[in-house]
Design a binder for this molecule. Sequence first.
Ligand code: GLN
Length: 476
Amino acid sequence: MRRLAQLLAAGEITSTELVRRCLERIKETEPELNAFITVDEEGALVQAAQSDERRARSQALSPWDGIPLAVKDNISTKGLRTTCASRFLRSYRPVYDATVVERVKRAGLIIIGKTNLDEFAMGSSTEYSAFGVTKNPHDPARVAGGSSGGSAAAVAAGQVPWSLGTDTGGSIRQPAAFCGVVGLKPTYGRVSRYGVVALAPSLDQVGPLAATVEDAAILFSLIAGADPRDATSTEARPFALPAWDPQVVQGLKVGVPEEFFSSGLHGEVEAAARSVLRSLEEQGAVLQPISLASNEYAIDTYLTLVTAEASSCLARFDGVRYGERVPAGDVNTMFAKSRGAGFGPEVKRRIMLGTYVLSASHYEAYYEQAQRVRTLIRQEVARAFAEVDVIITPTTPTTAFRIGEKRNPLEMYLSDLYTATANLSGVCALSLPCGSDARGLPIGLQIMGNHFQEELIFQVAHVVEANVERVAGFEL
Ligand code: GLN
């Protein structure tokens, strides 16, 4: 991104040219990929012309003024259709911008369009989108991951230099791993959720996806920080781009949780992760075996909480407050018909599960129990971070799977086996590429850091990245 910023600053390229380059690339690749739900060609060109005018007057809003960005379609964009990949919201246009959108616009970024996702961010493959599946740019027979599959594929295919996604249980990191790009799930509360359509408010975070660690860090610096409109955003903790320091790994204590290297983990993924660990050790890091035994319960706990929270958040989609209405003789039938027609099968499944775990007779057995296990998981992660600086694991047990391969929802839920723990405990975690398997599919490495340790995990990722071949990204 530094290069694009320099070219823009030197007047060697204009924002209009950059936007046209992205639009061309989108036209070439989109028929196969399907990474976007909406491409705002006209709006992007208008924004680009404004950016070029600002540059001409030496009034650039930031070094990144004029650089295009794609935004996941569950993040509100004023006047620009925001569907959550649901039939229910297929023509919904928000009347305001999410805080993260406001912030990137304030830095002069150009919103090219809205990317595909699993409906309401429920899923791990974008196969649950009402707008068709997003293909993996490395193999169109495979998924791009999810739920931020469109945001990851768009960056990997070079349609845009960077994008925003959301991560509730792994939805930024897993598609980043499958597509060979970098993705960060920030510390809970570090980025405002205002204007982001909630899946599970106690877990959701917005984060950046980009082709390099530094680009992800730059985008994160633009969106991080407290927001009075989100009560869960924490006190002002802006993030400044660090001076990259390879010495950071000297004496760095790297926790390696045995449970993340056990059954179900694909051999090539394991080998790639272990080879990074060895190389860090050679560079002066100290590897420390740790135990995160409670990870065994992470998926069950996550699903209980996510379905409970989702079922209550989705109550607002009723054909009156939000969503397309199916008319009926009385109000309850109208609600039922509208919701029946608007929601897809996975969303309905989660609403039913969530309503069940919250029902008076089962609340204690499921929801309360899950809250207790969540506390145990959080405590275990805290104990680990009392001993180590970062925790390194594979991001996913396998590389990208084939479209249609996971028919059983339970199998799909297991995609989040290594990622949900960071959401349940609120810590930050990123995924970056660390090689490819024999088919040429990217492999992702997860680096987890304690609360507010984004700078440290970016620094470590930057060191790892130096030894890994870049597999994707935007070219001029
Ligand atoms: N795959 C997970 C799920 O289906 C995570 C989704 C997310 O992070 N938004 O819930």
